[in-house]
Design a protein around this ligand. Sequence first.
Ligand SMILES: [Zn+2]
Length: 180
Amino acid sequence: MNRLLSIESTDDILPEYRNTPIGLLLEYHNLNRPFDDYQNAQLLVGMCMDNRKHLHMPDNFSYIIRTGGANLRYSEFKVSYAISVGGVRHIALIGHNHCGMVNLISRQDQFIKGLVEASGWDKEQAEEHFLHFAPMFEIGNETDFILSETKRLRLRYPKIKIAPMLYLVEDNKLYLIKED
Ligand SMILES: [Zn+2]
């Protein structure tokens, strides 16, 4: 966990993110900064669909794209929309520990059985579905994935500032991920 930078005061926010929407998100969520009024989105948050997470931030402050593992590879049109039409210039990419998109193969039986029982699919359909999509959505390791996805997005959108973060479900705080 020493790759995580905890944010307990504004001084902990890396200079490159201070006084940007990324720094503001950290201040709102971690430091209880009083909410400001926003008419337009300032930020795009990419985060996991997982139910254990909730961000503390003002209304209108941010677009949010939620996907398994905060994987934005299949959401690029929405990222482009937030930038082009929404006017955002900053992205916070937020993974979290104990993510269900890690080691998907270990949940193969549960996934197939659950889908058959709950949704009415037949077993072959469910198997094929799992085997087709699991490799696309597997993220390997939460922190490594967020760092690689951050790098990928920076190449894709070179003028946009992107910060890799991790949310710990134990304390519900955001951490910056240290980069080399
Ligand atoms: Zn997750």
